[in-house]
Ligand binder design. Sequence first.
Ligand SMILES: Cc1cc2nc3c(=O)[nH]c(=O)nc-3n(C[C@H](O)[C@H](O)[C@H](O)COP(=O)(O)O)c2cc1C
Length: 445
Amino acid sequence: VARTDKMKLGLSIRRLGYHVAAWRHPETRADCGEDFECFLTSVRAAERAKFDMVFLADGLAVRAVDEPRGSLCRSNENVELEPLTLLAALAPMTKHIGLVATSSTTYNEPYHVARRYASLDHISGGRAGWNVVTSWSEMEALNFSREKHLDHNARYDRAREFVDVVTGLWDSWESGAFVRDKQSGVFYDPVKSHVLNHKGPHFQVRGPLTSSRTPQGRPVIVQAGDSEPGRELAAAHADLVYTNDYVLAAAKSYYADLKDRLARHGRVADDVKILPGFQPIVGATRQEARDKFDTLQMLIDPMTGLANLHKLLGDCSGFDLDAPLPPDAAFETSTSNARKTLELARQQNLTLRQLYQSTAGKAGIRQVIGTGADVADELEQWFLEYACDGFNICPSHMPHGIDDFAEFVVPELRRRNLFRTEYEGRTLRENLGLRPHVNRYECDG
Ligand SMILES: Cc1cc2nc3c(=O)[nH]c(=O)nc-3n(C[C@H](O)[C@H](O)[C@H](O)COP(=O)(O)O)c2cc1C
């Protein structure tokens, strides 16, 4: 079926950008990862381009590890701003763009999360979104009085109940509950107030939430996590899903699978928007784009490159970076991923330096280097072939990455009638084309 809807676009900001050498680029300010003005500049650029939302990933620890030794102090992944605090500061400085932050269900309590996002929704006039994650990093456990990370199943058990409690709390007050009638002295209508009284294996939460129904009815729920329980959580609750597919066929199969699951939860395909991550490197010409990429690639510190390879191949610091790759047996790991990577690298005659440049330069995200039309071609194909409903744009370095996308790609998408020229609605939910949220108690009559 030919698509008539428009792409949804998010701007994902991670410190100075997704390229490992972003902080060393001559045109970035190395301290921008904690500088409010830098975030404001980028978010305003995204709002001028009419992006749906800005998205902040997060973790509750320094998650990068010092392997090989001496690499961590060369990484900018050590400090960052707390995302909800940052979004609350950005809210009054912006007007239309959605504000989405990540909070882990493993290392938070549901009441805290429900309250914070409800407040952000009030402050921003209906632009808040919660990216629900279960946390991938063992390091976070060590900051929360635990010696070990919860295992995958336990994390998702907790996540399911966590989201139930949060959504329950968000329905504490029906619309119109607060009459605030100065004449009669009645502040709220008690019939429209609901105590949750949740008692489950992980949480006991009485409620109600200390926040009235929010401008969006409730904040937008985003989910990121691709396993079977992750997909089920998304199908049951998410309005939006962030994915990380590289290959068109895999993205199409994920898209079809997730949309198929919705019916079992009484939902329809349009109730969830799927946005894979995408890293554009754009220039006025292909050569200019390639030069921009090469500038970043040349700045990858060898220790940072080796740290990037460490996760896959173990410690490679003893090998000659510019010689042909040592035999498979010389590497510490022999997982199928490691073998596949080495095989591919051998086919391309890569040295170790070229191998880490190729993995570190992509940051695990699908990347296209080219003109605005080249990038738009890729985005268009994925969108029209139902591999996604839009993209989570992950620029290589900020603010240039978003400026380039706005200058070269957005006009091209508009020419093709694939992206909006004006915001359609007032809230993030409206701009995403989602149905209004109906409070469960109003729904029951
Ligand atoms: C696109 C994407 C973004 C994610 N962002 C975060 C994040 O910001 N913080 C985090 O702790 N985990 C993040 N995760 C990981 C999830 O927390 C999840 O725990 C992890 O993917 C393992 O779950 P899974 O096996 O269901 O994929 C992200 C995952 C994906 C696919």
